[in-house]
Structures are given as structure tokens and as C-alpha cells.
Ligand binder design. Sequence first.
Ligand code: ARG
Length: 570
Amino acid sequence: MNSFNAEIAKALAATGAFDEEAALKLISVPPDTSHGNYTIPCFSLAKTLRKAPKLIAEDLAAKVQLPAGLSKVEAVNGYLNFFIDRGFLAKSTLNEIAAKGLEYGHAASNGKVVCIDYSSPNIGKELAFHHLRSTMIGNSLARIYKAAGYKVERINHLGDWGTAFGKLIVMYLREKLPTDEATLNALTVKELNILYASFSKASKEEPGLEDEARAAFTKLEQGDEFYRKLWTAFRAATLKELMRIYDMMGVGFDHYTGESFFEDKIPAVLDELREKNLLVNSQERDVVMLDEFDLNPCLIRKSDGSTLYATRDLAAAIYRKKEYNFDKCLYVVDLGQALHFKQVFHVLKKMGREWYKDMYHIPFGVILQMVDGKWEKGKTRTGTASLLRDVIEAAQKKILEFIDEKNPGLENKELIARQIGISALTFNDLKNSRLKDVRFDWDAVMSFEGDTGPYVQNAHVRLCSIMRKAGYTVPVADVDYAQLTDDAAYSLINILAKKGEKILAAVKDDEPSVLAQYALEIAEAAHKFIHEDRVLGSAEEKSRLFLVQSTQIVLENVLDLLGLFPIRQM
Ligand code: ARG
């Protein structure tokens, strides 16, 4: 955004009423531009200037010299309102969009590194709902941080170690499943899921089974070759399915460093804890006491010597700091793990790692599904894979109907329908502040009206279709900015100009919803502009088409930052 704050402050200081710094502090941006683009409430000045706010505003309005690019200043009830010149705003904004393209509004590199730990599901199980949310929020945050100038390390901290594998191994061997290479290579997550389920069932009748599983994990930890072979196969089967889902969603990672990766890095952590006298033996387990922070002790080592989730997170945090030297490390993990992260961060503090302050748990609400007319917490067991299958099916049906009616000859319509479906799911997840629970109502999620994915996708498609119909692109030199000053064009341009500040606001609160709401604002203003200002065949065709092109560029990138597929045709 072409920010006029500095110019306005200078002009105000020149009136002699107060200094530049004080003026700068008073300037605010009203949400509704009918009261100007910048406003200065004069109430706090009344005391020092010994005058009524209304008079101060009037006096300043009469004296102040308007900086270039502003068209008007007015005093209204103690407020001093400045208006941007619409032609100036159009020119400066659209020229910059043309010059920067999709990267318009992105910040220059700030030299900072952020680690984002997201998705991080557990091997041997299907992606659970909270992992799906983590995947979508983390993927979007990774894109947004990059646009804000950070170097981003996208990390998948796979749950690929722990007693769960003992359970799988015990069950696999008990059911005498074949262990030849070919069978192991062909294993699926579904089969592993079934093994889990039968373990849970069997262990209810046979309490000894849990011990067997623990013993099996210990054997795995100690490096038993045959057990390692089984574990490798379980891990590979899950990764294969995960990759399929990530590919379909357009999600990626820079590092797949799961819990098992830290196995050989744990002894050093234990040594350090011991050296610093932080390990306390309590009920035969090793813990770090956290009373001084009002937290329960953090469990580090069980009586049989095996380590825990928290121990591996300590090793992972230390590794990340050493390897990437992050300025910030985010954990996009469901709210249920809030205590775990508090404990891990505070153990780091006790270890003297001052950078513990740079670690943030980024929690989010649960997914709710309608069950017998009531909203209920979505059942993880039914699995995200089936949820994704449902979405894609529902999307294909609905979107294909739409396409067959409007654009039957469209190529790749199956793929487009799938992408719109996944984008609809993503948008529904990201549109509200992440701590809110997410409701799944298929009809609402897939609707072309309201605050939905298909609604914003459709705005983008309409812009693309006007450009296709025009058959040419407008160079900057052909634009008459005076033709882009009517209300509909001005509102749209004013919104486009805010892209940079929206990206920074999303980063500040780790909230993709800021950009989701922004996408809705753009879509709405774009629809309005297209509706009110005829583009093709009008006297202002070139200038208006230029605004269409500019809007398309901004919207395409905003969709991309959210992890939505910017569809061009449907
Ligand atoms: N695998 C864990 C779970 O499913 C989430 C891991 C989150 N990341 C981390 N560094 N603890 O609950």
C-alpha cells in the first residue's frame, strides 16, 4: 500500500500545531472509506492546544497543505479526514501490480528463518481430522511466511517411533502374516489400521498383550534386524498413502524428520539433563520438575529405559535450532497438546536454551460433523482418507453438474472438479479464526454462494474468462487511470492495495483466516465491478480490462497463499 502516513505527518507538523512524531501516532485508517482513507481524531489534542476538538480539526483543515496524491481534507466533528486521489491510487497500485506480478505485496527477504512443523501424522494410521487441519493451516502459513520475507523450513515430524510399533509388530506376527519382501512391499495403511483395531480388541481380553507390545518396541529400539524390517515396511506403506494425499492437496515439505530420526540424538539430551541436574527419579521414571511454572513434571524416560514423545521433541527442537538457526519455530498441532508443548518449552528454558521463547504452539479447534441433527466432534476412526474421498465425490458430482450445464466441452473436467472440491474443503477450514471449531456441512461447503471456496474460485474464473474473451492483454501505457475512479473501480483498487498489509497481519497472528477473508473481499468487489462497469465493448474497455487483469493476478496469488488451486475455467 502506498502509505501516506509519513507525508500527512509532515504536512501536519508544518502547520506548527504539533510535531511529526506526535502526528504520526494519531493517524489511523478508518474501515469505511466514506470517512476518508486516513483520519486524525483531534480529541486528545484539546488539552494541550486549549481548544475544542471540533475547532482544532477545522483549523488544521484550513491550514494544512495537501501532500501529492491526496485529493481532499475535511473536518467532521473533531476528526480530520484525508482522502486519497482516486486516479493517483489507481495508478500507483496497478502499476506496482503490473511490475511485481504474483509477488505484488510480498515483503523483501528479512533474513529470518521460521520452522513450521505441520501435518506430522502417525505412521500406521490414516490421517486423522486434526492432522488434516494441521496440514491445511500449516501449508498456508508456510506460503504466507515466505511471502512475508522469511526463509521457511517445512517440517513433517512423523509419528514413526514409539510403543505403537510394538503393537503392530505383535499383531502382525500373531496373525502369522507373510513377511517376505513382496508382501511387505505391498502393505497398505488400511491393513495396518485393521491390525491396530484387532490389537485394541485383543488386549482387552489379554492384559499381557500390552507388555508384549512394550517388549517388542524395546527390541525394535535395540536394533533387532527383523523387527526393523517390519517397521520399515509399515513406515513405507503409510508414507506412500500420505504422499498420495499430499500430492492431491498440493502440499509439500522440506524435511520428513520423524520421531525415529531423533533416536540417536537422544543420549546427548539425556546427558545434558543429567549434567545440569535436571533429571529427577520419581516412581522409577526420570522426569524434569516444572513446579515453578505450575506445570506437571515432564516425563523423560520410562522405567524400562525407553524414551517418550516429549524426549524426542526436546531432541528435535535442539536439532532444529542447530541445523536451521530459526528465529521462530511453530508447531501447528491441535489444542489437546497444549500442555505437552508448555512442558517441552519450559524444559528447554531450564536447560538454559534462551531461544525457548521463540517456540510457539499454534493450536486450532476441532472438526464437527452433523450426526442425527446434532453437531458432534468428527470421528477420527472413520478416517480422513474417507473424508477426502467423500469430498472429492461430492465435489465431482456437484461441480460436474455445473460444468456440464455451463461448459460441457471443458477439458480435464474431472481434475478441475477435484481441485475445486479440495479447495472448498480448505477454504472452509481456513475462513474462520483457527481456534474456532470447523463445521462440515457439505451443501454449505460446496455452495457457490456465501463465504465459500467455490464462491472465490468462481470470481477468479470470471476474471479469467473476461480476459480470454478479450483475447488481448493491456500494457500499462494504454491505461487511462481517470477511467478507474468510479465507486466500483475505486473500491476494488482500494482492496487490492491492501495485499501487503494483509500478508503481514496474517503472519502477526499466525492466521490464514486474514487472507481467506481478504479473498472474499476481493471476490465481492470484483463481482461488483464486473456487474456495474461493463468491461468488454465499453468506451473504457482497455482501462477496465487492465483492472480485471490486475485483480486476477492479486486473487490468484491470494488463493495460492491459502493453498487453494487457482482454477481458470469451470
Ligand atoms: N504425531 C503427533 C500426533 O499425531 C503430532 C506431532 C506434532 N509435532 C511435534 N513436534 N510434536 O499427535
